[in-house]
Design a protein around this ligand. Sequence first.
Ligand code: HAM
Length: 424
Amino acid sequence: MHNIMITRIKGTQDITFDNIGYWHYVEEAIRSISHRYSFTEIRTPIFEATELFKRSVGESTDVVQKEMYTFEDKGGRSITLRPEGTASVARAFIENSLVNLGAPIKLFYNGPMFRYEKPQAGRLRQFHQFGAEILGSESPLADFEIIEMANSFLKELKVSKTKLFINSIGCPKCREDYKTALRDYYRDKLPGMCTDCRRRFDTNVLRLLDCKIDKELAKKAPSILDYLDEDCRNHFEELQWYLEKADIEYEVDPLLVRGLDYYSRTAFEIRSSSLGSQDQIVGGGRYDGLVEYIGGNSCPAVGFAIGLERIVMLLKSEKVNVNVPKIPQVAILAFGREENIRGFDYSRRLRKMGISTYVDVMERNMRNKMKHAARIGAKISLIVGKEEIERDIVTVKIMSDGSQFQVDSDYMSDYVVDKLRDIS
Ligand code: HAM
């Protein structure tokens, strides 16, 4: 038998040394902002009954038709790896009777999602979303809070060059009239259009508006905004009033229809000019019918989700300083068994004080241990050899200039803390 190399699945990523600092920076910001906005974390399973996504995301959407990781488990059930988080949140909201806690319920989540898409920069098959949902409020104030929260999150991460686009796709009632108007507009143009558009004409005519191929036709199509009934129009105007008062810049984009079926009224996206073709970093909107559609009582809701891989790409391309603490601060280099025990004792004392301490667990000579400590970026090395044990001291080496000091064991931590302060 010979060794074979097993590689990761196409469209997935390993996040290692070079990148993990960005992820920590982003994840820290997610917790911190959600906490300050008083949103509670919800964790739902990564796989669900396939039916959940078919019903909520919609049978005719690309996600359900082409992109789901669906399989049969050993019990013959059809299971799908979640392609997004909103459907699961709505299901969990119903199943755990969260409505009893009193409306509205504000939830956030952060985790992996799966879509069988064609991988390219910023588009993966396993990607991560930070999402936030408000369930139980019909008010445009909830839409405003969701948009304002996504906006502050990006600001807080120091991501710039982003732009907010909003639209209202009306309620099912006014949307029917609009769909009829759209079909009337597209009917005779259909033979010259792409295959996706021809298929969507019957099943999901709104999506013709965001076809990447037949862009010019969409520009001249009737606008949804002319078809909104009075309630939907007022709702949309009130949202815009809030955005203006809060100085949040936006553009109304009547072609913005989103790729998932559960939306009603508000739909929005935040796009970045620092990314290539996958420029959408935030997507969201209102989904007033979803909870009822999957078996709950009628419950209006609104939310957003942000793609974290795209955020990390932005942080890199905009050269944002993510300011992740450098580890380790101290490396312990001991030589011999007694010395190792003493070294561990030092590491315990330093770690108790919150100092990142690396113990070299290789048995090798001073030169090699020192080379390794330099390579991993330790600021200080503590050397514990025979002489140090006999005299009850430790040798402290400042890695940046090579200077060495012999310090009484009892004063080791104070000394290291002082030196670390001097260095940084
Ligand atoms: P979405 O627009 O499908 O909305 O996805 C939201 C974000 O996830 C996108 O803006 C993008 O940043 C990221 N994303 C989507 N697909 C990929 C991919 N293949 N690779 C990398 N990143 C990706 C939703 O999922 C809705 N659940 C949002 C929502 C929450 N609506 C209401 N509440």
